[in-house]
Write a new protein. Sequence first.
Length: 429
Amino acid sequence: MADAERIPGFNTLAIHAGAKPDPTTGARATPIYQTTSFVFDDVEHAASLFGLQAFGNIYTRIGNPTCAVLEERVAALEGGTAGLAVASGHAAQVIVMQTLLMPGDEFIASKKLYGGSINQFNHAFKSFGWNVVWADPDDISSFEKAVSPKTKAIFVESIANPGGVITDLEAIGKIARQAGVPFIVDNTLATPYLCKPIEYGADIVVHSLTKFLGGHGNSIGGIIIDAGTFNWSRDKKYPMLCEPRPEYSGIVLHETFGNFAFAIACRVLGLRDLGPALSPFNAFLISTGIETLPLRMQRHCDNALAVATWLSQRPEVAWVSYPGLPSDKYHALAKKYVPKGSGAVMTVGLKGGYEAGTKLVGSVKLFSHVANIGDTKSLIIHPASTTHKQLSDAQKVQAGAGPDVVRLSIGIEDKEDIIADLELGLTAK
Ligand SMILES: *Cc1c(COP(=O)(O)O)cnc(C)c1O
């Protein structure tokens, strides 16, 4: 019996979790169930699925067997109880917040976040009446001070994009616990290979699957992982979870589904009604990508550290922000939270300013100039002339996108080729 109880290691879970050979055809790879709908056994079966009395497939907007493999796999890798795959990382954030917040509520967010999330929170979420209160991850007490009776959640990134900030998850998780609100961690840049936020107090983990989990730059996707740790009924603050749902003849989701009630609420209320479902084809590509996640992430990290070390010694370079460097301000936090490596993304400041930044981006050959990270391929962008172009100069600097800044996402090519390409770009006339 010992074997049956054995918990597989991370590499094994990345390949096997959630999947088994197809019972009808024997197909070893997970089939792409490219169908909108699923035939019910009989009228009673249909009624029990619609009433949440039985689990099963109804319609691909609500769930799909190919997507289910992906959900179980990422939940296993993160150490959560259940997952919900959706159409993008941004869709995951919308569904999480829609499940937690009512109009007029607040959530606290780290101000060091992916630029797209800052936009989403400042504009789209405000139009829903969900008010973001920004806090500074370099000053943990700012999270404590931001807590109010209207606070419903705290949101941070484990490794923040693009600045190379490592967030003190344990400290902020404690503040969330004291405030009685769920702690949400966007683990996109770290992936569960480098960091498992649930071990440090996260109640909900979200990902853009578009980046390292899919890993090949071919599919947009997102996922929500329920840690199963939060008591939704305690303070009666979360009506979607702790009050009878008229949509389902008065079921209270937390009473019925216990430690995976949040994932269920996101699916049967959020995804069902808002609609950003992941396509089965994207789920297939992303699950296949995850099979090699541990191998890819280690190579990403090893290459990135070599590149950051090389860049920090170049005469053209003013500074390199990468937590893996011993001199980096976040190095101590990196040793605690991401001991296997600090990920693939870094920012670099060039002594030659705006002109040097655009020249580097225009001169490299191996790097691709794209607004993405987390591909097998090395990627580069000059935020001041692209993603952050609309901001004032002062706003650019505050967002870590000053005129001298270049963002790199280091791929898994040979590191000698990556460095040679950067040398070509830095020395171009
Ligand atoms: C890309 C990204 C997102 C948004 O994900 P999409 O899949 O592009 O919607 C959210 N958070 C982080 C940290 C990201 O890098």
